[in-house]
Design a protein around this ligand. Structure first.
Ligand SMILES: Nc1nc2[nH]c(S[C@@H](C(=O)O)c3ccccc3)nc2c(=O)[nH]1
Length: 283
């Protein structure tokens, strides 16, 4: 996999695992005193995650919560654009935009976003062309179904890791066929997106097989329901479980960890990396 990734005006060093901080800008995060307060809060939250070591800030406007009703491209843009603009202009942050919407990809790239994070792997009409036009790297994630229905009855004919890798293989091929250079691609197994707990656990256990793509591996495990179901913890008590998963993910090849709790994850990831890196050099 490449040891660094051009992300707009940023150059992301991937020779060691990096942490991506989650910045949620869906309306519930605007529930308090209106947009400007929320915007300032978002900036402060991002500033804190950067200070704790986040290499990337992931900004998502579409609530992928199961059962959430779909929003228009304009609504998504109205949420995301102001935040991206201030993150870029005031913090010079490397911003990834969690979107499947072509117009949002184009407009946020124009505002200085450095990466596209598409949970639908550029399958929407016009998404591939839009991503290509931005020149930005793109994370292709596996999801079965849509957030509205993906968790009702996840099932696969093949073992989960094979189904996920087959899907990602087809999406990587589609991108390359459309002229999106392989050096611009990242892959992500999509934990929790149309998978049972067993699917998620098996997928992480066998995730080292995804290194065969020779592409940077991004994973999102933070506070997810698989932690809740295995440990019986509510979402606000899932950090220890999440740190265990982050360490395992790094050991199995993950290079970008998408998390809520940046500081603690930095320590777990750096501790894990110190062990893995040491073993290699002094063979
Ligand atoms: N690349 C990449 N992008 C991501 N965006 C998300 S949203 C997810 C969450 O729990 O954060 C989520 C899922 C369902 C409802 C709410 C929130 N998860 C990932 C991931 O695993 N990989």
């Amino acid at each position: 996999a490449p040891t660094w990734l051009p992300c707009g005006r940023h150059r992301l060093d991937l020779s060691y695992p990096r942490v991506m901080g989650i910045l949620n800008v869906t309306p519930d995060s605007f529930s308090d005193g209106g947009r400007h307060v929320a915007l300032d809060d978002a900036l402060r939250h991002a500033e804190r995650m950067l200070a704790e070591g986040a290499a990337i800030i992931d900004v998502g406007g579409e609530s992928t919560r199961p059962g959430a009703q779909a929003i228009t491209a304009q609504q998504e843009l109205d949420r995301v654009a102001p935040v991206v603009e201030r993150l870029v202009c005031e913090l010079d942050a490397l911003v990834s935009v969690d979107t499947s919407t072509p117009a949002v990809m184009r407009q946020t790239a124009a505002l200085g976003a450095g990466m596209i994070n598409d949970v639908r792997a550029l399958q929407r009409e016009g998404a591939l062309e839009a991503a290509l036009g931005t020149g930005l790297p793109v994370c292709l994630m596996h999801m079965q179904g849509e957030p509205q229905d993906m968790q009702q009855a996840p099932r696969y004919d093949a073992p989960i890791e094979e189904a996920v890798m087959d899907f990602l293989e087809t999406r990587v091929a589609a991108c390359e066929a459309a002229g999106l250079r392989r050096e611009r691609l990242l892959i992500d197994p999509g934990f929790g997106f149309g998978k049972t707990v067993e699917h998620n656990l098996r997928l992480l256990n066998r995730m080292d097989r995804m290194t065969r793509f020779d592409l940077p591996l991004l994973v999102g495990l933070s506070r997810k329901s698989l932690i809740g179901k295995v440990l019986g913890r509510p979402v606000e008590e899932r950090l220890p479980g999440g740190l265990a998963l982050a360490s395992l993910a790094v050991e199995r090849g993950a290079r970008i960890l998408r998390v809520h709790d940046v500081g603690p994850t930095m320590d777990a990831v750096n501790m894990t990396w110190a062990v893995l890196r040491e073993g290699c050099e002094n063979d």
